[in-house]
Design a binder for this molecule. Structure first.
Ligand code: ADP
Length: 286
């Protein structure tokens, strides 16, 4: 009954979850996880029942970002119980694989020690990925949630397609930096969601400018489409061209990175600070 006519697995809803929104980037290192976790926390701060699912099996960041490293318990139906911090429920492969969580805590505890090598054969990894992904998507006991944020792995490959085939995604948010190359990839990401019939809710421009902590001066570090955002290639212009909402700018700010590293994302760390432009930026995008 779970096969459609074309023989593909039929998309399922995630139990007890009203809406599922994927945060994606076609390129690694653009700040996708940082943005996913801050958006999820911003929604939770507004009283929206929110969870975050880290689907990056080989590079889970959510355990570090939420400072959570315990092992999830199972409920009576053998479903994983999410771990919670700052009022946000979360599930990550990092909680389940001793390797991954050790890697996370090692990097926090002693940045000088290299992460342990993963010597698992590639073929075995492929099988494990599919199984693990299915468990993460279908066997977590979220309880009633208004929104589940999916932190997708970077790229537009098989894992993203599998997720798109397994579950109903209500929308996707694409994270890009102002750099031409990141933006080109972001446009590719847009194409992938279109093929999967997933509405793109909008694009976020991360590291849009550098706000000097001393004088407050804002510098555009990365080329904004040859210095001119009005040119055809800029993030805002691309959004217009694709008919996608531009959701806003997040500044490049050392404190965003520091907050992330110590496991207290900016939305929580600077709660109550009306002057924090970084926090305001995250709240506005959410
Ligand atoms: P991705 O999920 O795209 O691989 P991450 O969210 O892990 O990217 O971010 C990569 C690195 O950049 C992390 O060290 C993170 O703290 C840092 N970072 C992300 N966004 C910002 C920002 N706006 N300002 C400063 N540092 C940032």
């Amino acid at each position: 009954t779970l096969k459609s006519r074309r023989g593909l697995p039929q998309k399922r809803k995630i139990r007890d979850v009203a809406k599922v929104v994927a945060v994606s980037s076609a390129k690694g290192g653009v700040g996708k996880s940082t943005i996913a976790v801050n958006l999820a926390l911003a929604l939770a701060r507004r009283g929206i029942r929110t969870g975050i699912l880290d689907t990056d099996i080989f590079g889970p960041s959510i355990p570090t970002l939420l400072n959570l490293h315990g092992e999830p318990r199972l409920d009576s139906n053998n479903c994983l119980l999410p771990l919670t911090n700052y009022g946000l429920k979360s599930m990550s492969m990092g909680y389940l694989l001793p390797h991954a969580s050790n890697h996370e805590s090692n990097t926090t505890a002693d940045p000088s020690s290299p992460p342990p090598m993963d010597t698992t054969p590639i073929s075995w990894r492929g099988l494990m990925v599919t199984k693990a992904m299915q468990q993460l998507l279908h066997s977590v006991s979220w309880g009633p949630l208004d929104i589940l944020i999916l932190d997708l792995p970077p790229g537009t490959g098989d894992v993203q397609l599998t997720i798109g085939q397994e579950i109903i995604l209500d929308g996707a948010v694409i994270v890009s930096t102002p750099q031409d190359i990141a933006l080109r990839d972001a446009v590719r990401g847009f194409g992938m969601f279109q093929k999967m019939d997933v509405p793109v809710l909008g694009m976020v421009r991360n590291m849009a400018f550098f706000a000097c902590p001393n004088c407050g001066h804002e510098t555009k570090i990365f080329s904004h489409a040859h210095g001119n955002e009005n040119q055809e290639h800029g993030v805002v212009a691309q959004c217009k061209r694709l008919g996608v909402d531009f959701l806003g700018d997040i500044p490049l700010d050392a404190r965003v990175c520091e907050d992330a590293d110590r496991g207290m994302p900016t939305v929580v760390a600077e709660e109550g600070d009306e002057n924090s432009a970084r926090r305001r930026a995250f709240m506005t995008v959410a």
